[in-house]
Write a protein of this length. Structure first.
Length: 474
């Protein structure tokens, strides 16, 4: 498929974004419901052809000198850096992200490519002491990698797989989400502009049930990297298991934000709103269960309420905007279904009229087992729940099928360490809500996924270890 397949349209109202069209994807601006572009979908035959091309390109890429691969990846990063504003504006149009967030996302792609390039020449095996000879290991590329990216962070999460996979000597076939293919297509163009070999990185827009399944089931694809819902992740894992295919899964989350009585309550309350409202709550790491020690519960609620009510929701292109729209009407309907009329909530404001808008919402009287308290809403909605003591806090924090991320606020270092070890989650922050850094590992416990991405070992996740024994006996 050609890399440039998006066709801008005249602005047009389009209220049925979820209609399945087997031939093309219709990309809507979530803030206006206008058609941004139409993109042809990749068929199973297109996937077959792309795998053949990718496999041929990968052999030459793997054989290139490590310094040459690193140099090209750095050049790719530099080209992305030169187009950060363009990519950011494209992300605003297709995903409804605020401009500041979109700029960060494009810059994160640049940073991931730079970081991965630095690992190319340090992707080394080991020499293992053995009797009668020398034993060495080699880390060899897997071949063709399929990356299935989500719509909530289209650029960065695509790069989580793309950058280390290329650095380790693989080819990458990227299937972007149906609603957000435009930045992926543009990144593929920029890769060619930077000198990345043709067909080494290809983008295959399409529906998960066609294009995605074709990637997962193809015998020429060595590994699948998927970020998305737990339900879809389980189906992908089952398909990969039938083919003994490697898989990395980053799935759902219902992350706790634990506030102890000895915490800096003002700081904890000030940080809490955007910990679940950033990206309109469409974030697996969103701190959507705020657990507050009962003795300071009322004080915390009084402190956090003004912050939620004052969040600026509106035009994503306005520099003052803190929160934009949800991605689609289907997602808007899903979020609405969780906040039932019988629940009490602190609410902010949201625009009326076209667009998929929902106000910042903190539910204050949900039962700990209510759907809004235990299921992933994936919108600007959190619940606040009281706890009695440290043991009770850990119990509540772990009372969900997910285990991706979380935060805890305390001045007690011993408590911070105890609770961090006790909470079943892959990424925890103390007196902070920072979950993701490209130089540290990221992944979840329980139903939140399988494997780790990012960090110093990111490249090795895209390699096979080969052991070679060389006899030195006469």
């Amino acid at each position: 498929m050609a890399h440039r397949t998006a066709r801008p349209e005249e602005p047009e109202r389009h209220h049925v974004s979820e209609v399945l069209d087997p031939v093309r994807l219709t990309v809507l601006n979530p803030a206006t419901e206008e058609v941004v572009a139409t993109v042809p979908t990749a068929t199973r035959d297109d996937v077959d052809a792309a795998v053949v091309r990718a496999a041929a390109a990968q052999r030459g890429w793997a054989a290139a000198a490590p310094a040459d691969r690193a140099r090209l990846l750095r050049r790719f990063a530099a080209v992305v850096d030169a187009h950060v504003e363009e990519l950011a504006l494209l992300e605003v149009r297709e995903a409804g992200h605020t401009l500041g967030n979109a700029r960060w996302e494009a810059g994160n792609v640049r940073d991931l490519l730079d970081f991965a390039a630095g690992g190319v020449e340090r992707l080394s095996g080991r020499q293992i002491p053995v009797a009668g000879g020398i034993d060495v290991t080699f880390l060899e590329p897997l071949g063709v990698i399929g990356v299935i990216a989500p719509w909530n962070f289209p650029m960065p999460i695509a790069a989580w797989g793309l950058a280390p996979a290329l650095a380790a000597g693989n080819a990458v076939l990227l299937k972007p989400a149906e609603t957000t293919p435009l930045t992926a297509l543009r990144l593929a163009e920029l890769a060619l502009e930077a000198g990345i070999p043709e067909h080494l990185f290809q983008v295959l827009p399409g529906h998960g049930s066609v294009t995605g399944d074709a990637l997962v089931e193809h015998p020429g694809v060595a590994k699948i990297v998927f970020t998305g819902s737990t339900g879809v992740g389980k189906r992908i894992m089952a398909k990969c298991a039938a083919r003994v295919k490697r898989v990395t899964l980053e799935l759902g989350g219902k992350s706790p934000n634990i506030v102890f009585a000895d915490a800096d309550l003002e700081a904890a309350a000030a940080a809490a709103p955007m910990a679940f409202l950033d990206n309109t709550g469409q974030d697996c790491c969103a701190r959507t269960r705020i657990l507050v020690q009962r003795s300071v519960y009322d004080r915390f609620l009084a402190l956090v309420t003004p912050g939620i009510e004052s969040v600026v929701v509106g035009d994503p292109l306005d520099e003052k905007t803190q929160m934009g729209p949800l991605i689609s009407r289907a997602q808007l309907d899903r979020v609405r279904s969780y906040v039932t009329d019988d629940l009490t909530a602190v609410r902010g404001s949201a625009p009326e009229g076209p667009g998929f808008w929902y106000p910042p919402t903190l539910v204050t009287d949900a039962a700990p087992t209510a759907p809004v308290a235990v299921e992933e809403v994936f919108g600007p909605v959190a619940v606040v729940l009281p706890f009695e003591d440290e043991e009770d806090a850990v119990r509540l924090a772990n009372a969900t099928e997910y285990g991706l991320s979380g935060s805890l606020w305390t001045r007690d270092v011993g408590r911070a360490l105890r609770v961090s070890r006790a909470v079943a989650a892959g990424n925890l922050s103390v007196n902070s809500h920072s979950s993701v850094r490209y130089w540290t590992p990221f992944g979840g416990y329980k139903q939140s996924g399988l494997g780790r991405e990012l960090g110093p070992d990111a490249l090795t996740a895209f390699t096979e270890t080969k052991n070679v024994f060389i006899s030195t006996e006469a």
